[in-house]
Design a binder for this molecule. Structure first.
Ligand code: PLP
Length: 396
């Protein structure tokens, strides 16, 4: 057997797999009592009209191979959505419907860049950018986000020197910190990318996940000059529409050469997304009923956010605002976030995500989701407040 060297060099399990294994190995009676605030999977059911659209299409249509780019009606609806939401013109032909943003993101480095090239990756951020980079033999250059730089770290080109930069991965609204980008910040990344023949991947999986329904500062990379040359935007139906299990996303590329390469890759790699799942996504974008339901859900998420954030703050835990994503990002009682998460799981039976899973800059932090009803979040806060934090600090 000859295992892939990049895979070998990244000798660690996928973050959420690791957490899941820890949870499954707990004794039965303990496991039943655990409150999981670890994984970003919405607990509010998929809106009824989306489920109806999927069911109806499934029942009434032949299940043949779909188009690899996605059905035109869905791409037209996304084009309208982009105009309404971001005031950005996007042609249906610029859009590819994908099988989940995770898969799209993992595939980017199969098309853009070569083994040995450098990928500049926002840190902390969704771990898949790093995993894909090393699996393809590319090298990671971390862009270290901190509260001081508002999680918008500068790409210092002298650190990369003459090496070949292939990709820059940006994730805003950011998982896990909830930070937003500014257009100037993304413009600086685009400017570097164009000069160095690289592409900027802009992951907007949370652009419409707005707890409290108060508006979001998310924007499209195509609203920024140069985005049409060096931008790849990836979005997902998963979080706002509770469609994580349906596996449906989009990739938008305006640069013709890059778009042709992606189309060639996709037609070699897969055969598109099931028509009935696409029918559900179309309902997500076009049904007034879904729009109303999602708006209502965001208000529910806002109430949950208030429960979690006020509870953590009462414990004097330093927490980010939780306005733009379903996550609270807060200081771990000890620097080793994996160890802290394990102690909290044992002592309070609450599962949190250790910050280190999002990159080295995540160390010293923990992440909690609001994908649990308010009464469970209240109970989680109560249990956390009973932990003798001093005793955890002493274990460090
Ligand atoms: N991008 C970010 C920032 C995420 O946090 C996630 C999932 O948690 C994804 C992409 C993956 O989304 P999908 O369910 O479409 O694969």
């Amino acid at each position: 057997m000859k295992l892939n060297n990049g895979f070998l060099s990244w000798n660690k399990p996928y973050l959420f797999q690791d957490l899941d294994d820890t949870y499954r190995n707990l004794p039965d009676d303990v496991r039943g009592d655990v409150i999981s605030l670890a994984i970003g999977d919405p607990d509010i059911p998929t809106p009824q009209a989306i489920r109806e659209a999927i069911r109806s299409e499934h029942r009434t249509h032949y299940h043949g191979y779909p188009s690899v780019m996605g059905r035109l009606s869905l791409r037209e609806a996304l084009s309208d959505y982009y105009w309404q939401r971001f005031h950005v013109p996007v042609a249906p032909d610029d859009i590819f419907i994908g099988m989940g943003a995770k898969t799209d993101l993992f595939d980017i480095s199969a098309v853009f860049g070569n083994p040995g090239d450098v990928a500049a990756i926002l840190d902390p951020a969704y771990p898949v950018y790093c995993d894909a980079t090393v699996f393809r033999g590319q090298r990671i250059h971390f862009l270290t986000g901190t509260p001081e730089n508002n999680y918008r770290p500068v790409l210092n080109e002298s650190d990369i020197g003459n090496e070949s930069l292939a990709l820059i991965y940006m994730c805003y609204p950011n998982n896990p910190t909830g930070a937003l980008a500014t257009s100037d910040y993304i413009a600086s990344m685009i400017e570097t990318a164009i000069r160095r023949s690289a592409m900027v991947v802009h992951d907007i999986a949370y652009s419409d996940f707005i707890p409290g329904n108060t508006g979001s500062g998310a924007f499209s990379i195509f609203s920024i000059p140069g985005g049409e040359t060096a931008g790849i935007e990836i979005g997902s139906f998963s979080k706002p529409f509770s469609m994580t299990g349906d596996r449906i996303s989009w990739v938008i590329i305006k640069n013709k050469a890059a778009r042709d390469a992606w189309k060639r890759f996709r037609s070699n790699r897969d055969s598109g997304v099931s028509e009935y799942i696409q029918a559900g996504a179309l309902a997500a974008l076009t049904s007034d009923e879904v729009i109303r339901e999602v708006r209502n859900n965001m208000e529910i998420y806002g109430q949950r956010r208030d429960v979690l954030v006020s509870g953590l703050k009462q414990m004097n835990i330093c927490v980010t605002s939780l306005q733009n994503t379903p996550y609270a990002w807060f200081r771990s009682p000890i620097a080793d976030s994996r160890k802290a998460a394990k102690i909290i799981l044992e002592q309070a039976r609450i599962m949190l995500t250790p910050g280190i899973g999002f990159g080295p800059a995540g160390e010293g932090y923990l992440r909690a989701t609001i994908f649990q009803p308010s009464d469970i979040l209240q109970e989680a806060v109560r249990r956390l407040s009973l932990i003798p934090w001093n005793s955890i600090t002493q274990t460090d």
